[in-house]
Design a protein around this ligand. Structure first.
Ligand code: ADP
Ligand code: ASP
Ligand code: MG
Length: 428
């Protein structure tokens, strides 16, 4: 008997028909002789709608209450799915994150898992139930508060449960057939990737490919757990995210697999850019600035410091961060303007980030040239640049991002044969 963890995203449980369809799939998996744990997201765009409602009643809703509100979305889907499974002759029990033993720290909106104690889930399975767990939520033992793990965090709930229960496989069901060489909603000719190393998937997720939550990939890598990303609307084989590149070779059984140079192109529209203008060019100022940002719990992405303007002894520092964290970070910086001694702050949220990812970049010269040439031919101006060993990222104007993604995708011959099917979801 295998233990399978299946996670169904919002588009898979968007309405009653979707929930019944998922229930059929779950019951079928169980009847085939498996133990099944299901993690569910909120129905359709419920989480966004709840956030919209919150901002209608309050300018800056308290983080604790936002978490109370958002966790309700997943509780609706878990109970409805349990009912649908019962209706189809199965037995299921649903659990909130805290009931399922998801213990997190106390940071609302981006809590980290610190322990998983799924004994109630285990007991439910032992009694022959399907166990259904509400995604992206947990509880802090310190504060005794309910927390959420950040947008898209249900993927991480699934992987954490799979690791804690020693599952045989973790399946992430979504609205496309797997991980593609680019977001199929932007590049309709993108190609499905059959197997990808977690190293490359980490860079894709960190660069905005929201098909998988970044922390779910980190978690799976740490526990050596393969993830199968696939569609709940078809029976097609999806994409295997493999914890080590060696597995890639193993799975292909003797076929000498040369890694492709480039795995894909990712984009991100969710960041804003802060420029701190006129920072005194003396030791310690960058540390002061990023200390303030860390205090506001912001996750910085790209950082650029310009050479100081001759004779002024001052420089500008720009960095990107999630747009939702922009207001808090700016408030914190403004409060420290006199002590840091900078001149002013500029905030720009009309930016987009594009990244090219591939493990083969390490050993193939000329990738950067081809990348920048593609952007230049498409008339895209570049604002910031950053690189890792296996990634090049640039910031551009938001309205040119789609053009830039398509140009780079084509320049690296990533296009597939057919148009990708997007089965559901609104892409919100
Ligand atoms: P779910 O609700 O199932 O969690 P998400 O909306 O979070 O689904 O993630 C699935 C979406 O991710 C797809 O519909 C697609 O638009 C987007 N996406 C972004 N990059 C990629 C990629 N490289 N491959 C596949 N999908 C991608
Ligand atoms: N419902 C949450 C969100 O929309 C969590 C998730 O779907 O993973 O972000
Ligand atoms: Mg998701």
């Amino acid at each position: 008997m295998s233990l399978i963890v299946q996670k169904y995203g919002g588009s898979s449980v968007a309405d009653a028909a979707g929930i019944k369809r998922v229930a059929r799939r779950v019951v079928k998996t169980q009847r085939a002789g498996n133990e099944v744990v299901v993690v569910v997201s909120a129905m359709g765009d419920t989480t966004d709608e709840l956030l919209d409602l919150a901002s209608e009643v309050a300018g800056r809703p308290p983080a604790r209450e936002l978490d109370m509100l958002m966790t309700a979305g997943e509780r609706i889907s878990m109970a409805l799915l349990a009912m649908a499974i019962h209706d189809q002759g199965g037995v299921a029990q649903s659990f909130t994150g805290s009931q399922a033993g998801m213990i997190t720290d106390g940071i609302h909106g981006k809590a980290r898992i610190i322990d998983v104690d799924p004994h109630r889930v285990r007991t439910a399975l032992d009694k022959g139930n399907v166990a259904i767990v509400a995604g992206f939520q947990g509880m802090s033992r310190q504060t005794h508060e309910i927390t959420t793990m950040g947008r898209g965090g249900s993927d991480t709930t699934a992987v954490a449960l799979a690791a804690a229960l020693d599952a045989d496989v973790c399946e992430i069901y979504t609205d496309v057939d797997g991980v593609y060489t680019a977001d199929p909603r932007v590049v309709s000719s993108a190609r499905k990737i059959d197997r990808i190393s977690s190293e490359e998937m980490l860079e894709m997720a960190a660069s905005g490919a929201k098909i998988l939550h970044l922390r779910c990939v980190e978690y799976a890598r740490r526990f050596g757990l393969p993830i199968h990303v696939r569609s709940s609307f078809s029976d097609h084989e999806g994409t295997w995210v493999l914890p080590s590149p060696d597995d890639k070779i193993k799975i292909s059984e003797g076929v000498a697999l040369e890694q492709p140079i480039i795995s894909g192109v990712a984009h991100d529209r969710s960041e804003g850019k802060v420029t701190v203008v006129g920072v005194p060019d003396i030791p310690g100022k960058a540390a002061e600035i990023f200390g303030i940002i860390a205090g506001a719990h912001s996750n910085i992405d790209m950082i650029v410091q310009n050479i100081s303007t001759r004779g002024t002894g001052r420089t500008d520092i720009s960095f990107t961060l999630p747009m939702v964290e922009g207001a808090e970070a700016l408030d914190a910086l403004r409060a420290a303007q006199d002590s840091v001694g900078f001149d002013s702050l500029i905030y720009d949220d009309e930016i987009g980030k594009l990244s090219l990812i591939g493990a083969g970049m390490r050993s193939n010269p000329g990738v950067s040239y081809r990348f920048f040439k593609a952007l230049s031919d498409a008339g895209v101006n570049i604002d910031l640049i950053s690189t890792s060993e296996i990634r090049i990222s640039v910031v551009t104007r938001a309205d040119l991002l789609d053009t830039a993604v398509r140009a780079v995708h084509q320049a690296f011959d990533l296009d597939g044969q057919d148009e990708v099917t997007v089965y559901g979801g609104t892409g919100r």
